[in-house]
Design a protein around this ligand. Sequence first.
Ligand code: ADP
Length: 474
Amino acid sequence: MSPTIKEWKEIFNSIGEGIAIIDTTHTIIEANQALSRVLEIPLNQIIGEKCYKVICNLSSPPRDCIIFKKKLEKKNKEVFKKNLGKYLLITQTAIKDNGKIRNIIYMVRDITQEKKLQENILKEKEFWENTFNSMKDGVAVIDKKCTIVKANKALAELVGKKPDEIIGKKCYNIIHGRNSPIKECLLKKAIKTKKSEDLEIYEPFLKKYISIRESPIFENGELKFVIHVIRDITKKKEAENKLKEYAKELEELNKSKEIFADILRHDLLNPVMVVEGLARLALQEDDIEEIKQYLEVILRNMYGIKSIIEDASLLGKVESLRDLELKEIDVSEIIFNTIQDFQIKAKEKNIRIIFEPKECIIKANPVIEQVFSNLISNAIKYSPKNSEVIVKIEEGKDTVKISVEDQGSGVPDEYKKSIFERFKRVKKKGVKGTGLGLAIVKRLVELHGGRVWVEDNPKGKGSIFFVELPKAKS
Ligand code: ADP
């Protein structure tokens, strides 16, 4: 049995959505209780009224009214009822008779709550987006395949790109400029430890020092995302490095201070005291021959004092040097001239210095002459009479090796390294020296980017000192 008119009315009024039936003159000919509730108008003030007035708050029908749009079957529109503070969603459906509109059915739904919720969500989203983008640190949300899902403005600026140029790209590509993850990648580590991981690196791709903190986000025990917080720490690192340099310089300065204090205490004080004692004795002496003998010893001691002062001041100079001004020079010519300077000393011991000059250009400072002068002087000093000192130059691909060979006492293995440190004088009876020469040699060679070392002379007696220096690039 089909429902009676009364029953239809009851059903009509029990529907939760506001319904109105309109004729072609825009007059509401029927409406239900729900519509009265939504519009907050008694039903009898709705029926018979014009729909555009009661429902749409207009004084005349709008141009886009479905009644004027003959072809349209259905239309949705949102209306804000200012007086009620409500958002309404109106669905208009045309009822047609032989293609002609007979009635329009209005379904009116109060969507204020939904709208407010939507607005709140949007506001919330905007708030988080603003917060995300106002962060000074670069932040990226990365999935387990290293794809950047979200990134903030700071990150985009850090990598010198626009935010939408980063989304969807691989983090190792954007941050490290590579096609695969870096060796130190924290993602794998974070998956294993399930904890945040930190890394500080210099990234040559960005030309920056960066600190990365990775925090994994798990859902039901499975890794969903990893949050990367990336900070540009270049300025901090540079300041730290400067500080380290200052600390090193200070340490070296302190070392030099200690060395010079030591020179004054041990190396200079002794001969000065000897000189003082001898001078006192000489003053008390009347015999001129005796006085002359005292003066001779005083003079020998004075020579020693002089060479200590000379070596100490040279060491002080090379210790404080940072960079040397280098120019192309012929190392063979320097060695040749140095040998000439030592010929008299060598002749005193009947030592023959053998050297075959051949042009060999290196990039060096003329102060390099001190290196060869020290090595040749030592070779003569520690060689017996009637022996040979052989100086050779060997040209390699990128380096030049200079060797000074003697037939002297040699350097015991345990001292082969330490003789290049200051004050490591291996006891040499009757041989005068300051113990500073080889320290000066080492420092100068290192300033030229080279190295120096000593080996036993394979001929059985004596040692060979080697100096290796970089060749001038042609
Ligand atoms: P010095 O010769 O003034 O003592 P150096 O720094 O030049 O200072 O040398 C340090 C030490 O190395 C010397 O005291 C000596 O024991 C050793 N030494 C240097 N050159 C030679 C050499 N050609 N043969 C043997 N020993 C050497």
